[in-house]
Write a protein that binds this ligand. Structure first.
Ligand code: AMP
Ligand code: ZN
Length: 116
């Protein structure tokens, strides 16, 4: 995916404040943090969203979920955090490369969604 913003971060063509990298995933600070801690965890493989993920992606999705607790604890949110995966138009996903937002910090992040 030549033009995908997060694929460019994976390839090192765009800088990011990386906090983790392994064979499957990278994690980096969101450029516009919504809370004191705001990390993004993404698969290195281009998967557009949870709406297009398949059973072939099971391992990578498991790895993505499994690393979130350690990243949150190590980066200032040891008492919990919120994981958000915006998906597609309805989910208000802006970057079409699957990513999980880890948001947290020393204070509770607030209620999940405003009720419509
Ligand atoms: P979403 O609305 O779920 O697609 O979220 C996209 C997120 O990517 C937003 O929170 C942006 O602030 C973040 N973002 C956009 N460009 C960059 C970048 N170059 N480095 C880090 N985060 C970014
Ligand atoms: Zn991509």
């Amino acid at each position: 995916m030549e033009d995908c913003l997060f694929c460019k971060i994976v390839r090192g063509e765009i800088p990011a404040r990386k906090v983790h990298e392994d064979d499957w995933l990278i994690a980096f600070h969101d450029i516009n943090p919504a809370r004191p801690l705001h990390l993004l965890v993404i698969p290195k493989k281009h998967i557009t969203s949870l709406a297009t993920a398949t059973a072939d992606d099971t391992e990578i999705l498991g790895r993505l979920l499994a690393i979130t607790g350690r990243l949150a604890a190590e980066h200032g949110s040891p008492d919990g955090f919120r994981l958000i995966i915006n998906t597609g138009r309805i989910g208000h996903q802006e970057v079409p490369h699957l990513h999980a937002h880890i948001v947290g910090g020393p204070e509770p992040v607030g209620p999940m969604l405003k009720r419509a």
